[in-house]
Design a protein around this ligand. Sequence first.
Ligand code: MG
Length: 316
Amino acid sequence: MTNKRSYYKDVLFGVAVGDALGVPVEFKTRSVIAQNPVTDMIGFGTYGQPPGTWSDDSSLTFCLADVLADGYDLQKIANSFAEWLYDEQWTARGEVFDVGIATRAAIERIVHKVRPDLAGGFDESSNGNGSLMRILPLLFYIKDKPVKERFAIVKEVSSITHGHVRSVIACFYYLEFALKLLTNNDAIVVYREVNMEVASFLKGTTIIHDEIALFDRLLEGNIHELPVNKIQSGGYVLNTLEAAIWCLLTTTNYSEAVLKAVNLGFDTDTTAAVTGGLAGLLYGFERIPEHWVLILARKKDIDDLAKRLADKYERD
Ligand SMILES: [Mg+2]
C-alpha cells in the first residue's frame, strides 16, 4: 500500500454512512424531498428506524468484508448472505427491514444448494442495483490482480445475486474506479482513465456491443456535465452507477456527495451507499462528519471489521 491510511474504514464507513442517511427517505420522489431536503442524519421516516440505522446495502457489504477478512471463498460469501436474511447476521439492530426481490430469490436458491455463481438471476429484468450496492470490499482482494482476473472475480461475486452481464459490468466499472482512487485523488482524472481502460477491456471480451453501448453515457466522459434532470435514481443498476459517479464528480467533499445522492430521491439509501463508498475513498474516513460516524449503529463492530481487513490485506 502507498501509505498508512485505512482504506478499509474509508470503504466500510463510506458506504454505511451514505446508506443510513438515505434510509429514512427511501422511495420518496425527488420533488417531495426537494420540499424538505435532507441535510443531516435523521431517523425514522420510511422504516421507522432510529438515526444511524443502515440497511441491506451495508449489511451485505459487511457480510462480504467479513468473509474476505479470512480469505476469498465464494460459497462462504453466499452463505453469509443467507445468514443475514435468516439469522440477522450483520444487521444494524437485529432486524432485516429492506430486502431486494432479486436478492431474496437468489438467497433462497443458495439455501437450496444452487451453486453461488449460478444463484443470481440472469435475465435482463434482473438488473437492479443489488450487487452493485454490496460489492465494494472486493476491492481489497482484487487490487493487485491482472484485469482479466479482476473481471472474472467481480463477475462471480455479482452473480451470487445478479448474474446478468449488465450488473457485472456496472460492478466492474465501480471497482475499477475505486481501484484508481487508491492511488489518485483527482476524481476527474480517475474518471477519464477508468473510461479509457474499461472501454478498451470490454471491447476485447465477447460481451455483445449493445450491452457495452448502454454504458456510453458514462464511458464518453461527460456524465458530470449533465443537468440533474438527466440523472435517474431508481433501483436500476445503470442508473445507480451513473448517479453515483455524477454525485462524486459534481461535489467537493464527502457530505456534499452523499447528501446530493440522497436528495435525488427514490432509491436514496443505495444511491448514497454507492456514492459514499467512492467518496469515502476519495476524501478519507477522517473527512466523514464525526457526528454521523458516532451515531452509526455498530460503529465498534465496523471498526473491528476494518482492522481485520487491514491485518489480512496490508501485510505487503
Ligand atoms: Mg437498502
